[in-house]
Design a protein. Structure first.
Lengths: 257, 108
């Protein structure tokens, strides 16, 4: 009782009680955003650079090769020039041998855009503290995200497996599908870029689904309700919209241009 | 769904959902995607077609970032903090495409 360190008494209590709130003491929030949200924005900025590097590399390599000249009807696979996407991506699950250029990738794009809508609906429900609606929209988002990743798995397996005819290679053998060293569609780097760009994006979607599952469990347990805000749904929502945004660019630069 | 169920913490009514703007944004993005898809088949491949694709993609990106990610509701400082570094990518794109063309000319 009597052996209190003298230093604790030397500082007047009034100086310790108040947190410093001056402009240069951290009392000022110029962006008016929470730490977590701000850091999510900066992470997404860095991630945007990664994807931009991938897509710009695609542009560089594409310009380095010859472009196909001639009518799309007369197009044949060859490693002499860059393939046109509507001839590579023209199949649809369950419709074997039917020429449906870009139909499947258009469907995938719509699924991902729709998952972005259900995500923003979940964020909106979080603002209203409507736990049931948050759960409902998170489940829809998880469903559409999972469908998208499954579609991508089909697309990959079809790309790797190749067409029925395959392509006659320089050494006189027929090659079907694609791997990192050889492919039937065009230059080796075409398949490499396909695997890297769509694979990296698919990994992002998968991580997003894991985060959304966490979000759903935490919402169900009432974690965010007790915390007094659904900001975690907002932050994960930012990530999810970003993944959708990247796909919009992948769709344009890989499948349309 | 039970919109009017009393909230255990707020103990008040849950506000009505305000989602009209979300669906409006969705239809705009869907419309642009359909347009892109149509152009891919109507127009022959050219620099003009690629420019149209890139412009339409930037439109879509604007609607996703501004509305879905709520960037338009953030402070000006945060908006510029995100947008200024992104503008460096335009330079990256121009530099590397030029580089690709230079390699092409050296080979063929």
């Amino acid at each position: 009782m009597s052996t209190i360190s003298p230093t604790t008494q030397a500082v007047p209590n009034s100086a310790l009680d108040k947190p410093r709130t001056g402009t240069w003491d951290g009392g000022n929030e110029p962006f008016n955003a929470s730490y977590g949200k701000l850091m999510m924005w900066f992470f997404l900025l860095s991630d945007a650079f990664t994807f931009a590097a991938f897509l710009t590399t695609y542009g560089l390599i594409r310009h380095r090769y010859l472009a196909y000249v001639g009518s799309p009807e007369a197009f044949e696979f060859s490693s002499a020039y860059w393939p046109i996407p509507e001839k590579v991506f023209n199949s649809f699950p369950g419709l074997h041998g039917v020429n449906l250029p870009l139909a499947f990738v258009a469907l995938m794009t719509m699924i991902l855009i729709f998952s972005s809508v259900t995500m923003v609906l979940a964020v909106e429900a979080g603002h209203r503290f409507d736990k049931k609606d948050v759960q409902k929209w998170l489940l829809w988002t998880i469903l559409f995200g999972t469908i998208f990743v499954s579609c991508q798995a089909w697309e990959w397996s079809h790309f790797i497996g190749g067409t029925d005819e395959g392509t006659l290679m320089n050494d006189g053998t027929r090659f079907f599908g694609a791997n990192l060293a050889m492919n039937q569609y065009g230059p080796v780097l075409f398949a490499d870029l396909f695997f890297f760009i769509t694979g990296f994006h698919g990994t992002h979607v998968f991580s997003g689904i894991c985060l959304l599952v966490y979000c759903f469990i935490a919402t169900t347990n009432g974690t965010f309700e007790k915390r007094g805000h659904y900001e975690m749904v907002e932050k994960i929502g930012l990530y999810w919209h970003f993944v959708d945004l990247v796909w919009v660019f992948v769709f344009t630069f890989f499948y349309l241009v | 769904m039970a919109h009017h169920a009393p909230h255990p913490v707020n103990a008040g009514e849950i506000a009505k959902p305000n989602t009209a703007w979300i669906w409006k944004t969705f239809w705009i993005i869907t419309g642009i995607t359909m347009l892109e898809f149509a152009i891919a088949f109507i127009m022959p491949s050219s620099t003009l077609r690629n420019s149209i694709f890139i412009i339409l993609t930037i439109f879509k990106a604007f609607f996703i970032v501004a509305n879905f990610m709520h960037l338009k509701d953030e402070t000006k400082g945060l908006i510029w903090t995100i947008m200024i570094p992104m503008s460096l990518l335009i330079w990256l794109l121009i530099a590397l495409i030029t580089e690709g063309n230079a390699i092409h000319n050296a080979i063929f």
